[in-house]
Ligand binder design. Structure first.
Ligand code: HMG
Ligand code: MG
Length: 308
C-alpha cells in the first residue's frame, strides 16, 4: 500500500474549535492563536465564520479577528459563509477561501442552518458564483456523512447525492465530515468513495471529530484511499453547537505525530504546535485533548526536572 508522501493540514481550531466555547474568547486571543499556528508551519487556517451572531455568538467578532491577523505569505485564511449576507460581510476581510456548509442529513441541515438541503444549495449557488468571480476559492463542508445526531446512520448514497449537488453549483473542493465522530474506517471509506464519484482525489479532504476516539484511525483509512488533505484542530478543541455531545476534531498534534512516524511530510513543527495548543488550553483553563501533546509535555517536564 502506498500512502501519500505529503499531507496538507488545515487547522480549524480557531473556528470549529472555539465556536462552541461558552466563555468569551477575546479577539486578541484568537488572533494570537492564529499567529502561533502559522508560526508552527500551518499553511491554511480556518479562522472564523460569518454566520448569525444570534446562532453562534462566539464568532461575532469575525471581522475584528480577520483584521487583526498579521498575514504570512504562503498561508491561506478561510472563513465559513452560510449565505450571501455572510459572504458580503466576509468580503471586506479578504479571505483566501470561503466554506459553504451543507449536510447529508435533512434533520441536521434544519437544525444547523435552518433550511433543507435543497434550500441550502439554492442559497449557496449565488455565494459560490460571487466568490469565484472575485477569485476566492470555494470549499464545501459536508456534515453528517456517516452519522447524524437526529437521523442516525447515513447511507453513502446520500453523501454522493450531496457531493453531486455541491459539484453542480461549482464548489471546488469538498470536505467529508464526521460531525459527531461516530464513523469507523470502512464507513468513512464508503463516504469518501461516494464523494469520489463527483470529485477528484485532490479535491477531497477529511474532517473527523473524535467523539468516539475513531478520528485518527479514520484519518489513516482515508490516507489508504489516497486522501492527503485533512481538517484538524489544535489541542483537539471544539464541537458543533448544533450537534450535542460531539467533541472536537482530531487533534492536529496527534495527526502530525502519526504522519511524522510514517515518514509523511507536513511542514509542521510539532514542538511549536504543542506550544500553540498549550497557549489556548491555558487560556480556556483545561488540559489539551491531544494525547501526543500530553505525552510530550510530560516528557518535557520530566527532562526539566532532571536538569535541575
Ligand atoms: P435564519 O434565522 O434562517 O436566517 O438563519 P434569516 O435569513 O431568516 O435571517 C435572520 C436574521 O439573521 C436576520 O437578522 C439576518 O440579517 C441575520 P434580523 O433581521 O433578525 O436582525 N443573518 C445574519 N447575520 C449575520 N451573518 C449572517 C446572517 N444571515 C442572516 N451570515 C443562518 C440562517 C444560516 C444565518 C443561521 O442558521 C446560522 O447562522 N447558522 C450557523 C450555524 C453554524 O455556524 N454552525 C456551526 C458551523 S457548521 C459546523 O461546525 C460543521 C463543520 O465543522 C463540518 C462538520 O463537522 O460537520 C463545518
Ligand atoms: Mg466540524
Amino acid at each position: 500500500m502506498r500512502y501519500p508522501s505529503r499531507v496538507k493540514l488545515v487547522d480549524v481550531g480557531p473556528r470549529d474549535g472555539l465556536q462552541n466555547e461558552k466563555q468569551t474568547v477575546p479577539a486578541a486571543v484568537k488572533i494570537e492563536l492564529v499567529h502561533r499556528l502559522q508560526a508552527a508551519g500551518l499553511r491554511e487556517i480556518e479562522v472564523t465564520s460569518f454566520v448569525s451572531p444570534k446562532w453562534v455568538p462566539q464568532m461575532g467578532d469575525n471581522a475584528e479577528v480577520m483584521a487583526g491577523i498579521a498575514r504570512q505569505p504562503g498561508v491561506r485564511y478561510s472563513v465559513l459563509t452560510p449565505n450571501m449576507r455572510g459572504f458580503e460581510s466576509a468580503l471586506a476581510s479578504r479571505p483566501d477561501e470561503i466554506v459553504v456548509f451543507a449536510a447529508a442529513s435533512e434533520a441536521f441541515s434544519q437544525r444547523n442552518i435552518n433550511c433543507s438541503i435543497a434550500e441550502s444549495i439554492e442559497r449557496f449557488a449565488p455565494v459560490v458564483e460571487a466568490a469565484r468571480a472575485a477569485g476566492i476559492y470555494v470549499r464545501g463542508a459536508m456534515s453528517c456523512t456517516v452519522g447524524c445526531p437526529y437521523e442516525g446512520e447515513i447511507a453513502p448514497e446520500r453523501v454522493g447525492y450531496l457531493a453531486g449537488l455541491m459539484k453542480g453549483i461549482g464548489v471546488q473542493h469538498v470536505g467529508v465530515a464526521d460531525t459527531i465522530g461516530v464513523g469507523t474506517p470502512i464507513k468513512v471509506q464508503r463516504a469518501i468513495e461516494a464523494t469520489l464519484a463527483h470529485y477528484d482525489l485532490d479535491d477531497i479532504s477529511g474532517h473527523f471529530h473524535d467523539t468516539y476516539g475513531q478520528a485518527l484511525v479514520n484519518t489513516l483509512a482515508s490516507l489508504e484511499l489516497g486522501v492527503w488533505q485533512f481538517d484538524t484542530s489544535v489541542a483537539g478543541l471544539g464541537g458543533c453547537p448544533y450537534a450535542k455531545g460531539a467533541t472536537g476534531n482530531v487533534a492536529t498534534e496527534d495527526v502530525v505525530y502519526m504522519l511524522q512516524g510514517m515518514g509523511i511530510e507536513t511542514g509542521i513543527d510539532l514542538d511549536a504546535l504543542i506550544d500553540a495548543g498549550q497557549y489556548i488550553s491555558d487560556f480556556l483553563g483545561r488540559p489539551t485533548q491531544s494525547r501526543v501533546a500530553k505525552a510530550l509535555l510530560a516528557k518535557r517536564e520530566a527532562s526539566a526536572c532532571d536538569a535541575v
